[in-house]
Design a protein around this ligand. Sequence first.
Ligand code: GLV
Ligand code: MN
Ligand code: MN
Length: 428
Amino acid sequence: MAPFRLYISYTSVVPATDTILTVDGDRLVASLMDLARIGEIDGGGCARLALTDDDKAGRDLVVEWMRDLGLEIVVDVIGNVVGTWRCAPGDPVMTGSHIDTVRTGGKYDGNLGVLAGLEVIRTCQERGITPARPLAVAFFTNEEGARFAPDMMGSLVYVGGMPVEEALGTVGIDGARVGDELARIGYGGSVPCPAAAPHSFVELHIEQGPLLEQRDTTIGAVTGVQGISWQEVTIHGQSNHAGTTPMSLRHDPGYVATALSVFVRDLATRMGGHQVATVGRVEFHPNLVNVVAARATITVDLRNTDERLLREAEAAVADELDRLCRAEGVTAETRTLARFEPVDFDERVVSSIEDIAGGMGLSVMRMPSGAGHDAQMLARVCPTAMIFVPSVKGLSHNPAEHTDASDLVAGANVLLHTMLRLADGSVL
Ligand code: GLV
Ligand code: MN
Ligand code: MN
């Protein structure tokens, strides 16, 4: 690696001063607030579920900003949008994230990574800095997976991890089909996937957990993403009268669903370490006070940084479901919604992020990511890493999600220098 040096600031023809080059923080925060007004919900958050009208309105605004920067804009067959500044020959250094949100999302999850990418290009253009490779900013379709599973769908298709036809045929929680919704909102592009791999990929994101705040640290140099296992479990039993059916004669799917939910929680507590487990969706049919349910559906989200332990957790859940079904006299079927092994990021990019943050006088620590991210898909095809900034009280997927402006801007500045150093060939 070349000797470490941060890019300095230029003002047109005036000779360079010793000021470290920085983005316009007020402008970055203003753009985040503008985007957050689309799909705004009570409590200060956003609801822009993938491929809804609000997602389209958010996409339109970001595409307009890409046009203002003179980027070459490509929309691919799964609706990923990539804006490239062809300032130099070669494969681009890419950044980006997503602008879809969960139904009770915040202003920053995903959006920060996309808008900070645009701010990096705006800053370079304004200061007359021409990176040695093109810079690209992407927003990938349906990262959240809250409406259509799996999560990270757009970036997964982008790198060839899921056939386009399968992704387009995915039916969501509301019965809508990805392909139909893409066409309806005008983002079913013609550029094929898998796409050509970029030179490298770096994603800025809020941490969405408590570690940076607890350790009073501004920047996370993310070493990888933990494995993710999502299953939908549907249990079928005998619907009956809640008052007249003796307990000994019940075949109650509601009971099995709730008992399994408790088991899942206890399992994660028992395993400890990095194991987490969540039952986030519960549906009973017919869902009435005085009716033993005919059917119950729950989702089980298991995550671990260690693939072997994640498999152990999956096996324990399967065994317990089997035991509960036999004891209650009901049947169950499971459907895999998402399954991704843990991912390690590129050590050279991770240590460059550490160096850059340290060189800017920012506190920095290495950490794995608990949440799924588009970067974990890009890591399959090019050197990749991520930059985290703190989430106040560790809250995310919640309208109250917040990151202080100074941290948002610090993260964007680390992104700026990481992209320039990736472009100038001093990292890889
Ligand atoms: C995506 O946000 C996930 O980690 O669930
Ligand atoms: Mn995200
Ligand atoms: Mn999210």
